[in-house]
Design a protein around this ligand. Structure first.
Ligand SMILES: [Zn+2]
Ligand SMILES: [Zn+2]
Length: 334
């Protein structure tokens, strides 16, 4: 099969991914092989390819990146009974977990210390075929194309996990800071809780996107046009904008006792305990939450904004992402 292989990290401008012919994967008893229909291009792929996460990620070289993978089952292991050749499935970044630790037993398998990450600890979806653990492959709703479905498997589950941690109830107000690949899904899911969604983004294009997707209103951060949320106005804030200033903005707009959910690693600054705000990190989500995301999309309550490119252009697409030229989610099609 053809795969975009990372043999050595480097700046994306040096085209570190090379399209090579590699051996087709073969499934063990509990595994399946997926003929990849589409694979989303994530900023974390860019970090890994450029070497930002060395020495831990990738776990080994060469590796095939890509962790938002959908396609058709092309072969199944001898012990697989719930999937068959021809089924349409997807795989999220959590490729497999141990299944027996305190996290796996308490619905928080995304925190499993033995977790395998698609395209980071083992080969991912920038390829014609990918191996998957059958218990971690999700049947795709019939009414979703591969290109529409792929972004549900990282931005979708990431957004869902973060909204669930905001504990929103109908009538509350939530600020969503950052309207990119994840943020545009956070807005839709937060609106489904019945909360009023207020989007904060520096981009005037994204301001329009936010309101189109159900935000009550959208704002630029304080200082850029004078268009901003008032202090202590929100019950919660969800931050996917990659800047410490965004966290400071979230702290300012959330009322005492409110919740701030961080989907990106940031400096929180001094936390005023007298205001009893809760700051919580969020990463991905468990398998049931992934199924919930697919149900929402199947019911037309969640849509992904995507642009499609051939697999051979993986380097170029990652370069566009680095340059901020991708509007929502880029998807590679083998
Ligand atoms: Zn991702
Ligand atoms: Zn575990």
């Amino acid at each position: 099969m053809k795969a975009a292989l990372l043999e050595q990290t480097g700046p994306i401008e040096s085209k570190p991914l090379t399209l090579r012919e590699v051996a087709d994967p073969t499934p063990s008893a509990t595994q399946i092989v997926i003929k990849v229909g589409a694979c989303g291009v994530c900023r974390s792929n860019l970090h890994m390819v450029e070497g930002d996460w060395l020495p831990n990620t990738p776990a080994s070289f060469p590796i095939i990146p890509g962790h938002e993978v959908v396609g058709t089952v092309s072969s199944v292991g001898s012990a697989v009974t719930h999937l068959k050749v021809g089924d349409r499935v997807g795989v999220q970044p959590i490729w497999k977990t141990c299944g027996v630790c305190e996290y796996c037993f308490s619905g928080r398998e995304q925190l499993c210390r033995q977790r395998q990450i698609t395209g980071e600890t083992l080969d991912g979806g920038y390829a014609e075929y990918m191996l998957a653990e059958s218990a971690y492959a999700y049947p795709l709703p019939d009414n979703l194309s591969f290109e529409e479905a792929a972004p549900l498997f990282c931005p979708g589950i990431t957004a869902y996990g973060s909204v669930s941690k905001a504990h929103l109830t109908p009538g509350q107000k939530v600020a969503v800071l950052g309207v990119g690949g994840v943020g545009h899904m956070v807005i839709q899911m937060a609106a489904l809780t019945g909360a009023g969604v207020y989007a904060v983004t520096r981009s005037s294009v994204h301001q329009g996107v936010a309101e189109e997707l159900g935000a009550v209103a959208s704002y630029s951060p304080k200082g850029s046009g004078g268009n901003n949320l008032t202090d202590n106005a929100m019950d919660a804030a969800i931050v996917f904008a990659p800047s410490d200033a965004s966290v400071a903005e979230a702290m300012r707009v959330v009322k005492p006792g409110g919740r701030i959910v961080l989907g990106v690693a940031q400096n929180v600054g001094l936390l005023d305990i007298g205001d009893e705000r809760t700051v919580v990190g969020s990463v991905l989500g468990n398998r049931q939450q992934m199924r919930d995301v697919l149900d929402l999309a199947a019911a037309g309550k969640l849509r992904s904004v995507h642009a499609d490119y051939p697999l051979a252009e993986a380097n170029e697409v990652l370069a566009m992402l680095k340059a901020g030229q991708v509007k929502a989610r880029a998807v590679l099609v083998p």
